[in-house]
Design a protein around this ligand. Structure first.
Ligand SMILES: *Cc1c(COP(=O)(O)O)cnc(C)c1O
Length: 440
């Protein structure tokens, strides 16, 4: 009989403590903070949100923080804050959650996609410069799946061409790049704080910037109630109504949770970091799989290791499909799946859909009509789905449990030959447009 659980053997993972994967971690202090806001009927104010903004910005040593109802709103407002408007282009990796770029449509702009580095899954600095045109206003950098992007190279390119940088930090709260926090490099940064993310406080987002102008423009865009804060003459002249026609205020139940989360997140992040590094250490040298961790001692960290991906090399495992590999690991009692978010440039919204009735697809109507990024044009992004898999995301340092999960991966990798018969290969579409765990 086979050793592998998928083929009738014993499962590697036997212990299943309830809290090893539980996220977010909710404590009494949070519950009390929420009840206090509810009982005071203070859900729609912004006094607590302003405290949270100050706390979050101070944590990053940034001047301004602006709290939003979603990370999507924070990204759109960061774009508006930087002056992105009609006919402008942003450069964004094709592998990211759609909100990194899609809101630019509503500003009258468009997106040009760049490829990713197959090891880091972040924007490839070598694929940016040739995409810069006179319409390019900003690069959107995503610290994808917990790993900081190559900020030295990206910032150098942006400075050379005098274009702005927006960091989308929705996957890497608290991570360091060469000792400096991500979210502090660009002209503005935006974070999702929704409940699946590493810094999870409900349904919320935040924008950080050191620029008074970016802050005030972003505040003017979706916060009519902040009129008194708008002091720059050109912004104050339009104060009192939201320029975007949006209302983006953060829910105060979220900001109340956020104030408590600010206190405990560093501790939680440290425990996650210890657990995930232990897991990766245990799998060092296993055939066919590896983990793109920042080099030890480099002062670059993975923050909360959000939905971290490992690299899969089918060729080292006799051509075993990533899908079959993941099935076998899951059968061992661990949990994994292949892929990440799909390459955005292949979606009809970036190819054919005419959202605003401009008689042309919005992507091209909003800017360069000659822009073409057909299938095949971003090979790394298009091919990545069967070369990566999701790691179990340990929130607690339980060495014995982590050992069992590592054993599941190692057992499958080492016994791959048994899985080759019956391998149906990868299905055509292995993933979807978000990162939430897919239903089995
Ligand atoms: C989640 C996410 C967002 C959007 O944040 P919401 O809070 O869900 O609106 C933006 N960018 C990335 C990379 C994300 O993962």
């Amino acid at each position: 009989m086979s050793k592998l659980a998928l083929l009738g053997g014993k499962k590697s993972v036997r212990s299943n403590p309830k809290d090893v994967f539980t996220w977010p971690i909710i404590n009494k202090e949070m519950e009390n903070a929420v009840l206090k806001v509810l009982r005071a009927g203070n859900m729609s104010g912004n006094d607590i949100t302003k405290k949270f903004e100050r706390g979050f910005a101070d944590w990053h040593k940034m001047k301004y923080g602006l709290g939003f109802s979603t990370g999507t709103g924070a990204l759109q407002s960061a774009m508006f804050g930087l002056g992105i408007g009609a006919g402008d282009e942003i450069i964004c990796p094709s592998i990211t959650y759609w909100a990194s770029c899609l809101p630019v449509y509503s500003l009258g702009g468009t997106v040009v996609f760049a490829d990713i580095d197959p090891k880091t899954l972040c924007l490839d600095p070598n694929d940016i410069e040739h995409r810069i045109t006179k319409r390019t206003k900003a690069i959107v950098v995503v610290h994808y799946c917990g790993r900081p992007a190559d900020m030295d190279k990206i910032m150098a390119i942006a400075r050379k061409h005098k274009i702005k940088v927006i960091e989308d930090v929705s996957h890497a709260h608290g991570a360091l790049y060469k000792g400096k926090m991500v979210g502090t490099f660009g002209d503005a940064s935006a974070f999702s704080l929704m409940s699946g993310k590493s810094f999870a406080i409900g349904e919320a987002g935040i924008l950080l910037t050191n620029s008074q102008e970016v802050y005030q423009r972003a505040a003017a865009f979706g916060f009519y109630e902040r009129a008194a804060e708008l002091t720059l003459p050109e912004v104050a002249a339009g104060a009192g109504l939201p320029w975007g026609g949006y209302k983006y205020r953060m829910h105060q139940l979220s900001s109340a949770v956020g104030l408590v989360q600010l206190k405990k997140y560093p501790r939680e992040m440290a425990e996650i970091d210890k657990s995930m590094n232990y897991f990766c250490d245990l799998l060092e040298g296993a055939p066919g799989i590896s983990f793109p961790r920042p080099p030890k001692g480099s002062k670059t960290t993975m923050g909360g290791w959000f939905m971290c991906r490992g690299l899969y090399r089918s060729e080292e495992l006799g051509g075993l499909s990533a899908t079959r590999f993941c099935e076998a690991v899951s059968a061992e009692g661990s949990s994994t799946e292949t892929g990440c978010t799909q390459a955005l440039h292949l979606h009809p919204l970036f190819r054919t859909v005419d959202i605003y009735h401009q008689c042309r697809p919005t992507r091209f109507a909003n800017s360069n009509p000659g822009l073409k990024q057909p299938e095949g044009s971003l090979p790394v992004s298009e091919g990545i789905q069967t070369k990566i898999f999701r790691l179990p995301w340990f929130k607690r340092y339980y060495p014995n449990v982590i050992k069992e999960h590592a054993a599941a991966f190692r057992k499958v990798a080492e016994n791959y030959r048994e899985l080759l018969p019956g391998d149906k290969g990868n299905p055509k579409n292995v993933t979807n447009w978000g990162l939430t765990t897919r239903k089995k």
